[in-house]
Ligand binder design. Structure first.
Ligand code: ADP
Length: 883
């Protein structure tokens, strides 16, 4: 614009034409951006001006066009030239100036000021437009990119979803999948895979369904079978129970008549003189005894089969048991013709007192030693006992029953422990038997955690070995003062000689053993001053008796040494009775250690001792003297049994009263005083135990000895019998001698019933302790005791349950609970055993715990059985307690 004005105003300036100048300037000012326009001459004087007054008054006037920018406006100055020939010239591109060919003269300047605001607005508008366009472009680019990405990723997402559904098995959804045509091949493959998978899946499902159906069917059939088994099991259990019940009843029913048969047989035996008749009666007695043994065996066998054979725990003296077994068996099995040495042989490490089921141990020994005697015709039967191991209170004893009998063929040994099998029927016939003895023995041994085995050689003999796990009793060993005696033995049997020598050594006696007469005579001659007694084996027969008589006389007259005769078999005692004034004592072979000690100990008073002992053996009538005049009440529903008792007792001078029922017995006992009452257990209406309980309530009968007559006498029943208030029991069939000795024992027993109860409770319960803990308050002590006792049966079940599930922690908890409670209730034995068991469980866990648990449970049962016998005093403190 400035350049244009400069060019157009050339002539106006040259000719100073103001109008022209104004027109030109007005023209220029029409442009609304121009705020002022001025023309200057060459001397920089203002020629013309239009518009607002210029903001920039003073400026330098350059020769070339310049444009300056200020805050609010633009200033442009352009020089005005005049040329003579303006038509011919060149345009200088660099200066933007038209250079005429002729000379150019500077004639003035044009100065234009333009307002910048409109320019700025335009500039802002432009910038805004650009920004707007950029945003629009970006948005557009984003949408384009978004759509483009959607186009690419959507098929991939669909593919992904399809695969996911494929994995989940939603095949139909996969088939509905739509992909762009580019993915057609991939889609086809996926559909193929889907179809195959679907197919496989269907096959699999069909297989599973089939298998499930099969399982369901077999489950149904199993359930059915299980139900059938359950029913069969219940039926079997019921029939087993019925069988046991039946056997127990049969046993009772059979024993009752047998009792009568045996009783009367024994009575007949005394009166019969005719040898033939005596033989008949003897046979009846023998057969009856065999029948009893068979019934006993069958009952035991059935109990074992039914798993109902429970062992008891009592303190017993093993030597006494072995002695007793030998004594009993020798009486029944040895004969004049059968001379066998019966030798017990105990190692010194075997404790005297043990805890276990003495009745069953006796049964085991009776069976094995009995068999050994039966099947040995000459030689010996030895019973060796030794200890194999000891762990705390538990010991394992090893028993060997060694015989020199007929032996057993190797191929028949395996039949020994099978029920109802007998190896040698011909010999067995001689003695009877059911073939159950060894089976029962084996089961008993195993139940006592032992093991039994046999070795045998035909013609040489057999050895039955068995082990038993027992407990050492805290009972102190019997203290016997050492016997300062010198004893000479004449004993031809080496085994017996060895046995006697060992025993005499063990009791401190000096011993010289001789095998024959010459040896004895020479010993007597050499040492007669130091010899205190001679133990003389008597050979059977008249010759033996004569020799013996001579020898005794010789010893007595020559050296004044007393002789003790060792006689076998026992039936010979009567045969030697005329020697009784000559010798110091008779001892039965096998010789009981107890009796031997007693005899040797009494040697200072030989005559008193011999008379008494011989009389004991030969004539039991003396015992009957002691019981003359006593009053006995016999209670039994069976008239036969009552008659038998009457028959035995009346001739002995006993005044017998008979009661046929419990109520009759109570009535009679109230009317009359009796020294002793014999009470049958099984009676209709009121049984023996109930009758006893009622009798014990009556003041005059509190201390009268009541003896049970029972056919069962199983472990549990014995406890019940004693708990009902009876003092003892006799098992049917009743042995006459035992009956008399029982009467003698109990009529002489000055202890009151309560004293006997105290003796029973001694180790189980301490009343004083129970009371002292609660300051003598009976009701509190009893309440505490009852709480413990009432909980014990449930605790036993818990103990068994935890033991079965091997849960040591829970077991400790139960035992600890009982241990804690038992300390405050006077239950000594439970407290002690709970302590043992708790320590065992904590230190050794479940290792070898069974025995300790059994003991603990036995102790608890012992307490529960005797619970009713505890003599709680009358609670005087009830008011105090309540207060
Ligand atoms: P039983 O009660 O009939 O005697 P056991 O079971 O006790 O039955 O014995 C079975 C058989 O084993 C006997 O009949 C006998 O043949 C054989 N037997 C047992 N002990 C001996 C032994 N010590 N010597 C030889 N045979 C024996």
């Amino acid at each position: 614009m400035t350049q244009q004005v400069a060019t157009t105003s050339e002539y106006a300036v040259v000719f100073s034409d103001q109008n022209m100048m104004h027109r030109i300037l007005q023209n220029a000012l029409n442009n609304q951006d121009i705020s002022s326009i001025q023309l200057f001459n060459s001397e920089q004087n203002l020629l013309a001006e239009l518009g607002k007054s210029p903001q920039q008054t003073r400026s330098a006037f350059p020769k070339q066009q310049t444009t300056k920018e200020y805050d609010t406006h633009l200033e442009s100055i352009s020089a005005i030239y005049y040329s003579n020939n303006t038509l011919d010239g060149n345009f200088d591109a660099q200066t933007d100036l038209f250079t005429p060919n002729s000379q150019r003269n500077l004639i003035g300047w044009v100065k234009v000021e333009a307002d910048k605001s409109s320019l700025q607005v335009a500039q802002y508008q432009y910038t805004s437009l650009v920004i707007f366009l950029l945003i629009c472009f970006n948005i557009l680019a984003f949408f384009v990119a978004f759509h483009a990405s959607k186009f690419i990723t959507q098929p991939i997402v669909r593919l992904n979803t399809a695969l996911h559904k494929l994995v989940k098995g939603q095949f139909s959804s996969v088939k509905l999948m739509k992909l762009p045509p580019e993915y057609a091949a991939l889609q086809k493959d996926i559909l193929d895979i889907t179809e195959r998978l679907e197919h496989h899946n269907e096959e699999l499902m069909a297989g599973i369904e089939q298998a499930t159906e099969d399982i369901r069917r077999s489950m149904d059939s199993m359930e059915e079978k299980s139900a059938q088994l359950h029913i069969a099991n219940r039926e079997a259990m019921e029939s087993s129970r019925l069988k046991s019940q039946f056997l127990a009843n049969i046993s009772h029913e059979v024993r009752t008549p047998l009792n009568a048969i045996l009783g009367y047989t024994k009575t007949l035996q005394k009166d019969i003189k005719d040898p033939q008749h005596r033989l008949y009666v003897d046979t009846i007695e023998q057969s009856t005894n065999s029948l009893l043994a068979i019934i006993g065996d069958i009952l035991d066998f059935s109990k074992i089969e039914a798993g109902k054979l429970n062992l008891e725990n009592n303190h017993f003296n093993l030597k006494t048991i072995v002695d007793d077994v030998y004594q009993t068996l020798s009486i029944h099995l040895l004969t004049k013709e059968k001379q066998i040495d019966l030798v017990p042989d105990f190692n010194s490490d075997v404790p005297e007192w043990l805890i276990g089921d003495s009745t069953r141990i006796r049964q085991i020994l009776t069976n094995l030693v009995g068999n050994a005697i039966k099947f040995t015709h000459q030689g010996s039967v030895r019973t060796k006992v030794s200890m194999t191991s000891q762990a705390n209170q538990n010991i394992t004893l090893s028993f060997q029953v060694i015989d020199t009998g007929i032996g057993i063929a190797e191929d028949k040994i395996h039949r020994l422990f099978k029920p109802f099998s007998q190896v040698d029927t011909s010999t067995t016939r001689q003695f009877g038997g059911t073939g159950l003895g060894l089976v029962i023995t084996k089961k008993l041994v195993e139940q006592m955690n032992g093991h039994i085995e046999v070795s045998s050689a035909p013609g040489t003999g057999s050895t039955f070995r068995f082990s038993l796990v027992l407990q050492v009793s805290p009972n102190p060993p019997t203290q016997k003062p050492a016997l300062q005696r010198h004893v000479v033995i004449l004993e031809p049997s080496p085994a017996y000689k060895y046995y006697l020598t060992r025993y005499l050594d063990s009791i401190g006696a000096q011993c010289t053993a001789c095998t024959d007469l010459e040896q004895l005579i020479s010993t007597l001659h050499r040492q007669h001053e130091h010899i205190d007694a001679i133990l003389l084996n008597v050979c059977p027969g008249e010759k033996g008796k004569k020799e013996c008589q001579e020898l005794i006389s010789y010893c007595k007259q020559q050296f004044d040494i007393p002789c003790i005769l060792m006689i076998q078999p026992p039936g010979q005692i009567a045969h030697y009775s005329d020697l009784k004034h000559l010798c110091a004592d008779f001892l039965l072979k096998p010789i009981s250690q107890e009796r031997l000690y007693k005899t040797l100990n009494q040697l200072d008073h030989p005559h008193d001792g011999s008379a008494a002992t011989i009389q004991t053996h030969i004539d039991k009538d003396l015992n009957k003297e002691n019981i003359k005049g006593i009053k006995v009440l016999a209670v039994d529903d069976s008239p036969i049994n009552l008659q038998l008792l009457d028959h035995w007792l009346t001739p002995a001078g006993v005044k017998v009263s008979l009661a046929y029922s419990g109520s009759q017995a109570i009535k009679m006992a109230l009317e009359e005083h009796f020294d002793i009452i014999f009470m049958d257990i099984q009676m209709p209406e009121m049984d023996g135990m109930e009758t006893t309980r009622q009798l014990r309530q009556l003041e005059p009968l509190k201390n009268t000895p009541i003896i049970a007559l029972t056919a069962h006498a199983l472990g549990s029943e014995q406890q019940q019998i004693l708990a009902s208030g009876m003092n003892a029991y006799l098992t049917k069939p009743i042995d006459e001698a035992l009956l008399f000795s029982t009467i003698e024992t109990w009529r002489a027993n000055t202890d009151s019933f309560q004293e006997q109860v105290d003796a029973k409770l001694l180790h189980i319960f301490d009343l004083d302790k129970a009371l002292s803990i609660v300051d003598g308050k009976v009701s509190i002590a009893k309440e505490m005791f009852d709480m413990l006792a009432d909980s014990l049966e449930a605790e036993i079940k818990l103990i068994r349950h935890h033991l079965e599930h091997q849960n040591t922690q829970k077991l400790i908890e139960v035992v600890h609970r009982i241990h804690g409670a038992s300390k405050y209730t006077g239950t000594l034995a439970i407290s002690r055993h709970a302590g043992f068991l708790e320590t065992h469980l904590k230190e050794l866990g479940l290792e070898e715990v069974d025995g300790v648990v059994d003991d603990f449970i036995d102790t608890i049962e012992d307490l529960l059985n005797h619970r009713k016998l505890i003599p709680w005093p009358q609670p005087l403190d009830s008011s105090t307690t309540k207060a």
